[in-house]
Design a protein around this ligand. Sequence first.
Ligand code: NAP
Length: 288
Amino acid sequence: MITGKTNCVGILGYPVGHSLSPVMHNAAFEKNQMDYVYIPLPTPSTELSVAVSALKAWNFRGANVTIPHKVAVMEYLDEIAEDARMIGAVNTITIRDGRAIGSNTDGIGFIASLRKAGAAPEGGKAVLLGAGGAARAVVWGLLQNGIENITILVRNIEKGSAFAERFASHGDIKVYAFDDAEAKKALRTCTLLVNTTPLGMAPKLDAMPNVDWADVAEGAVVYDLIYTPLMTRFLREAQEHGHQVINGKDMLIEQGAESFFRWTGIEPHRPSMEEAFDSFWESRQKND
Ligand code: NAP
């Protein structure tokens, strides 16, 4: 029951009607028997500064931040944690002593999902396809967890070089075009191959990044950040070629679990979050 003492968290975005976060977090709060509620907070860009002030005024414990505010929100926060600074985006705000602190849990979520799948990253060699926002979180997670050998394959070398420059003081990140001979070399020796592009995401199910499976090291774990669908064409082909595959569902759950922990100091009941994820998508698919 929501009472005058209930703790509030929420999600700032626009729109937020599609977001899974309210159902995942509220399921965990209920299972954990915590007096918390997670509220959708649809926030047009012109109201973002007011919304951050309101979180403080209303004594929220914090909030998630989603599209289109992950970068823009940074200028309204009192402090930016190192993970959000390195990734260049905030997905979690924690309110502490009246101060709004921005951080990013996507990198931790990615690594937690790898470990859950039994694919510990330490000492490996990663190849990432794409160099957008999610790729920055993946790279930061990998650098923090013992993978320093990272190759990024991109369609736009200029953007890719700026990406590598951002992390240059933390590791040796190489950037090549998809069709570069060096790209093939990196694929032949990688232990982890990650699709961070949106290619293959619903509704464009036939799309996939340009990878020749003959080039990919036997035994490499193949990961797709996409979670709609759970089995993309990229993962299906990887599985057919004998690779262990991981989809983006656990990263989504784990980044949420880390936000939950940052607000409350308590680990959420993950199976409830997962059940909420599954039933949300089931009902979405029926209604689409
Ligand atoms: P983004 O910032 O737009 O980055 C997308 C990247 O993919 C860019 O580097 C882009 O290249 C590249 N790209 C797009 N189309 C391409 C194509 N046809 N060929 C080659 N490269 C292409 O997007 P994002 O926020 O990083 O998200 C990427 C994906 O990750 C989405 O599917 C998203 O749903 C998923 N994601 C999942 C989680 C999770 O928790 N599982 C979290 C975050 C994101 P250019 O820079 O040249 O445009």
